[in-house]
Design a protein around this ligand. Structure first.
Ligand code: WT7
Length: 656
């Protein structure tokens, strides 16, 4: 490449031409109508703010923007728990189911109405108050997917005590780091959790964590498995004994009036190596953002049975299992366990039994179901489903197609929703009934969201170009900073393009101004001066009928700068032979070009993923360059990467 032609910021290679226009019938009944895109930014968020929430005192100013900090709905007073629970009961909807809870052990079920939820929250908030929790007391929560988890979060919100939920799959050390960073005084946990038929020792981990977290003076332990375990006198309290002494009269423990900008929660996201960041979300803007997006994007109706199959320990669960759906008074499914326990049709059994009409999950789960085969879904009646959602990673077009055909019966719109822990709410997404969808594209910024793709030089890239995804205007649910880390906040998000929020993701826009997410920019590979995104090569591989899942990364190469290494997991009976290797390389060459052909392919039954299902490319790079592995503590299954190392050491390699 000659020095005076600037290289594109990221090459766009993958061409996907399938189009799915919305059906007129869906469009006619949809919550979002096309004029939603014409609404003016201020009017949109102003109206959503006034109409979607119940305020104790109305706000008098929509927002204030002093980069890099925004404040929203200034002057307003409200309570998140009141909006999610009490107001629905007061409006006469107490008998409506809030959660259909399904335990992992087959047959364990609970139906929790909004009135039940209110009684549980009031009692538990009363118990917390008796333990000294008040407005501003930081509380840690370390639980599995039990009904007590949303109850604990809502009880904190009722009292005005900010919480941090730590995913139940994290270790004692990860828990302790987070408790210390936030300065938690109280920890809420449970005896044990169920996971894949086994027990997770949550209380035991919490005990170990508290050895390193002396600031936590009180622990509340919910009963799940009922296993006997030691309780430390004066520190540990059984949940059921505490609440037995409390009244369920909402007036006995009223909702604390909170300022719009009071802290609702911190959620820690791990960078790849550095100390986790405590992402701060506040009260009003966050609730408006999650409730509005939930309403329009999932087309939720009063009689919907909505199922977000994420874990509450991630932001997806905070925003779209707890706060968004409850604020909208929606009935949700809450499932405790794994998709393949006891059998691989567990999810489809749940959809059928509750007649769920909306399902929201992650590409990693969809690819797992693809790998297991469509026969499991075929055993069940999934005709209740109306809308399918995806979140967490770019979705490969073939996984999108499989989801649409085998789960959605070729009929349901798919909403591929792009957002982050930091954004709090969905930011780029189709709107069902309006948007013509394209497999692999998150399509359009949500109304009232200003997203652009910029080049290295900070110029907006034209159609077909790839670059950096940036958000130009503040939005209600945006993070209000990293807890106790102003400089890191500025450096991470606000220094790449001054005055604008840098997402860290690559993206391209097509001729219709639809967005295609291309993964983290740190993962972009550079082969002979071509900047190639991981997702495009992966999607080309997954497009091959024998491939279930693929992850690619760059390794150092003397000739080309970097060479592409692919880790491929095959479907069913397909074999990782030399012929297959040639076939896959040829397939990638045909699909997106010779330049993107992997130099090496490692066949492996499983790929290394974080506990939230994201592929850990940093480890793949370590494996590819035969380096000692970096930090593996956030891996869901550490043995997977050892297996990869063995296979990589013996994998056939070819000239690209
Ligand atoms: C990162 C944020 C958002 C809730 C769960 C993850 C990737 C997320 C998509 C999507 C392509 C996506 C991005 C983003 N991501 N959704 N629909 N298409 N990529 O939250 O752990 O904060 O991760 O996930 O890379 O930056 P998170």
């Amino acid at each position: 490449m000659s020095p005076d032609t600037p290289s594109p910021t990221i090459d766009a290679l993958f061409l996907e031409e399938r189009r799915y226009p919305p059906s007129p019938e869906f469009g006619a009944q949809a919550n979002a109508q096309p004029d939603i895109y014409e609404r003016n930014f201020d009017e949109f968020w102003e109206t959503e703010g006034r109409e979607r929430l119940t305020w104790f005192e109305p706000f008098d100013k929509l927002y204030e923007w002093e980069p890099p900090y925004a404040r929203w709905y200034l002057g307003g007073k409200l309570n998140v728990c009141f909006n999610c629970v009490d107001r629905h009961v007061e409006a006469g909807r107490g008998d409506k189911v809030a959660y259909f809870w399904e335990g992992e052990p087959v047959g364990e079920r609970r139906e929790i109405t909004f009135a039940d939820l209110q009684a549980d929250v009031v009692r538990f908030a009363g118990a917390l108050r008796r333990l000294g929790v008040q407005k501003g007391t930081p509380v840690g929560i370390y639980m599995g997917m039990v009904p007590e988890l949303p109850v604990a979060m809502l009880a904190c919100a009722r009292l005005g005590a900010p919480h941090t939920v730590v995913f139940g799959g994290f270790s004692a050390e990860a828990l302790s780091d987070r408790l210390n960073d936030m300065g938690c005084e109280v920890l809420i946990t449970q005896d044990e959790g169920w996971r894949k038929g086994g027990k997770v020792p949550l209380k035991q981990n919490a005990d170990a964590a508290l050895e390193q977290s002396p600031g936590v003076r009180t622990m509340v332990v919910a009963r799940r498995t009922g296993e006997e375990m030691p309780f430390e006198d004066g520190r540990d309290h059984p949940w059921d004994e505490l609440v037995a002494e409390e009244s369920d009269d909402p007036a006995s423990c009223p909702c604390e009036p909170m300022d719009s900008e009071d802290l609702l929660y911190l959620l820690y996201t791990s960078g790849t190596t550095a100390k986790p960041k405590g992402i701060a979300h506040t009260t009003a803007g966050y609730l408006v953002g999650v409730a509005a997006t939930h309403h329009y994007i999932f087309d939720v109706k009063p009689d919907s049975v909505y199922w977000c199959a994420a874990d509450i320990g991630w932001v997806t669960g905070h925003s779209y299992i707890v706060y968004g759906p409850l604020c909208n008074g929606t009935t949700s499914v809450l499932y405790e366990g794994t998709p393949d326990f006891p059998d691989r049709d567990r999810w489809w059994d749940i959809v059928e039994r509750y007649r769920a009409d909306i399902l929201y999950t992650a590409p990693t789960a969809i690819r797992a179901h693809m790998k297991w085969g469509s026969e499991h879904a075929e055993k069940h009646d999934l005709s209740s489903l109306r809308v399918l959602g995806s979140v967490g990673e770019p979705i490969n077009p073939e996984a999108w197609m499989w989801y649409r055909e085998h789960i959605g019966g070729g009929r349901t719109p798919i909403v591929d929703t792009w957002w982050q822990t930091e954004t709090g709410m969905i930011m780029i997404t189709p709107l069902p009934g309006i948007t013509t969808t394209k497999p692999g594209s998150a399509t359009q910024p949500f109304p009232g969201v200003d997203a652009v793709v910029l080049s290295d030089e900070g110029e907006e890239v034209g159609p077909g170009g790839g670059g950096y995804l940036v958000l130009r205007r503040p939005w209600p649910a945006m993070l209000r900073g990293i807890y106790n880390a102003h400089d890191r906040y500025v450096e991470t998000y606000w220094s790449r393009f001054p005055g604008m929020y840098f997402t860290g993701d690559g993206a391209k826009v097509d001729g219709h101004r639809d967005f295609w997410l291309m993964g983290r920019v740190d993962d972009v590979m550079n082969v002979s001066g071509h900047r190639i995104s991981t997702i495009e090569v992966e999607s080309a591989l997954v497009d091959h009928p024998s491939v279930a899942e693929a992850a690619v990364c760059g390794r150092a190469d003397a000739a080309t700068g970097q060479a592409i290494v692919a880790f491929v997991s095959l479907r069913g009976s397909a074999e990782g032979s030399l012929e297959m290797l040639d076939e896959l390389r040829e397939h990638v060459a045909q699909k997106i070009g010779k330049i993107a052909r992997p130099a090496n392919i490692v066949f492996a039954p499983e790929l290394p993923k974080t506990r939230s299902g994201k592929i850990m490319r940093r480890l793949l790079r370590d494996v590819s360059e035969h380096r000692a592995l970096g930090d593996t503590t956030t891996l869901a299954d550490p043995t997977v990467v050892e297996e990869l190392q063995d296979r990589a050491a013996t994998a056939p390699s070819e000239e690209a």
